[in-house]
Design a protein around this ligand. Structure first.
Ligand code: ZN
Length: 368
């Protein structure tokens, strides 16, 4: 069995939206209470942890907070708020994240619930949440169960996310090896010659975004019109991100279904942004999303992914003779000075990645 996850938009009534906001508010309150208490205990010379804080909160604080105990409020949210605080500190102590920050209304509207360890049924377009009751989704979900659910809000819409187990579907592979070059103009170039272009809708959505951002600059900060415009912008951002994720899903499914060994650049994304002078953190997030999808899909469809060292000169190397030469950013065609080999810049890079994979994993024991 494999674990996969889904995030999808909820179709809520106004009352349900209010109920979700209440949950998110309690979750945020609990988290912030925990963080503030942690800090003051630490300043007094103690070494707090989230379990001690949770216990104290449950025994001493929660009983007097009647608004948390309202009907229809799932009481599990406070437990998960402490677990998240514990995780945030763990990530900080292990140097994976910055020091935990206080959650802000409107920016951190999310909460997690479970059914006290019992599996929660999902499937189709309706599901029954513990305590909260029935909710609908726009998208039809697979018939399965999950242990916990996270509900979050972005740009006025609520989303539900959860992980669940799936059966692997090992496919017969058309190719043994493939190198995949990720780009901005082209989503992905495969060493087999297959290209995944960015959807046209993406360009259109980005154009609208630029227009909206110009309009926002002309509005008075903090005014109603300003707020309205800002909401439209965040909706547009989300649309762009959805289009990207969709396109990435299609590309990664194709790659993982049809190739046994997949070579991807292990990009240091911030370095990549500097080198390629790429605008925006969006592309950064998109590359890591691509890698994340490949990583779980190779398990699902059977296969291997090889992350190529980021110092490997995939762009500068001639994939025909191995000569290494400089190539400027504006040059879209690779022309080898030594053997006169000519190829599209991204195709040449992907072919080098494929070669790397053939060397790194010469014996194929993963073919489906
Ligand atoms: Zn050459």
């Amino acid at each position: 069995m494999l674990l996969t996850s889904i995030k999808t938009k909820l179709k809520l009534t106004l009352d349900q939206k209010i109920l979700m906001s209440k949950h998110a508010g309690i979750s945020r309150f609990t988290y912030n209470w925990g963080l503030a208490t942690w800090q003051s205990l630490y300043r007094s010379g103690y070494q707090p942890n989230h379990l001690i804080l949770k216990k104290f909160f449950n025994n001493e604080v929660k009983p007097v907070l009647t608004w948390i105990k309202e009907k229809n409020i799932c009481q599990k949210i406070t437990e998960f708020a402490f677990d998240n605080l514990g995780k945030a500190f763990k990530n900080f102590f292990e140097k994976r994240a910055d020091y935990p920050k206080f959650k802000i209304k409107g920016r951190n509207d999310s909460f997690t619930i479970n059914a006290g360890g019992k599996p929660i049924n999902i499937g189709g377009k309706r599901m029954k949440l513990p305590t909260i009751g029935w909710v609908s989704t726009y998208e039809s979900l697979p018939q399965t169960t999950t242990k916990k659910l996270t509900i979050s809000q972005t740009a006025g819409d609520w989303y539900i996310s959860c992980s669940y187990e799936i059966e692997p579907e090992i496919t017969l592979k058309q190719y043994d090896y493939v190198g995949v070059d990720l780009g901005i103009k082209t989503l992905a170039t495969l060493s087999t010659g297959v290209i995944f272009v960015n959807p046209k809708a993406l360009k259109k959505a980005q154009k609208t975004l630029t227009k909206l951002q110009r309009q926002l600059a002309r509005k008075v900060r903090g005014s109603n019109r300003y707020k309205k415009e800002r909401l439209r912008i965040s909706k547009r951002h989300r649309r762009i991100s959805n289009i990207r994720i969709d396109a990435t899903q299609k590309a990664t499914t194709f790659i993982c279904k049809n190739h046994a060994v997949i070579a991807l650049e292990d990009l240091n994304t911030s370095g990549m942004l500097k080198n390629h002078r790429l605008a925006g953190a969006v592309s950064d997030a998109n590359f890591s999303e691509f890698r994340r999808q490949i990583e779980y899909k190779v398990i699902r469809y059977g296969g291997t992914v090889i992350f190529v060292d980021r110092f490997f000169p995939s762009t500068k190397t001639c994939s025909n003779c191995g000569e290494i030469q400089e190539i400027s950013l504006s040059e879209r065609i690779y022309v080898c000075q030594k053997c006169q080999y000519i190829a599209d810049r991204d195709l040449n890079a992907s072919q080098n990645l494929e070669k790397y994979a053939r060397k790194a994993k010469p014996c194929l024991d993963v073919k489906g």
